[in-house]
Design a protein around this ligand. Sequence first.
Ligand SMILES: [Zn+2]
Length: 172
Amino acid sequence: MKKPMIIDRSRDDEFMREALSLAAEGARRGEVPVGAVVVQDGKVIGRGFNCPISTHDPSAHAEMVAIRDAAASLENYRLPGSTLYVTLEPCSMCAGLIVHSRIQRVVYGATEPKAGVAVSRGEFFSQHFLNHRVLIEGGVSAEACSQVLSEFFKGRRLKTQGGEAAQGSLES
Ligand SMILES: [Zn+2]
């Protein structure tokens, strides 16, 4: 018999704060600040922040890095019963990975109107062809999660304004 799914939301804010501090670490390295942690049995087993520029790796999104870290630490390519906390709504690449890794639940902070696929650009996780159901919950610490992004872009614009006519070209 399958074990009943017990969802513990009591530490969501705490784990999201940890994801946020990873996002801030990314910002310090000049990366768009998105952070993620994977939690299993109340323990953080994987950590990541968005770092495609510094690693020359277009797949190095926060979720990807955190899930790889978690799978390596468990020595298991699947992460059943675990929760992914990420500061920004996942993109299509990460959504695919989340299903492949059998994450049980995803908690995200801010929505990503341009590339998010949990709610913004359709509801990927409710596609009928998927062989694994993921529970998606958004809006946890949403304000703090979007603030870290807007501060980063504001800082980048200020830097750019001193330079040549690059205004607007860094808006992504
Ligand atoms: Zn992604």
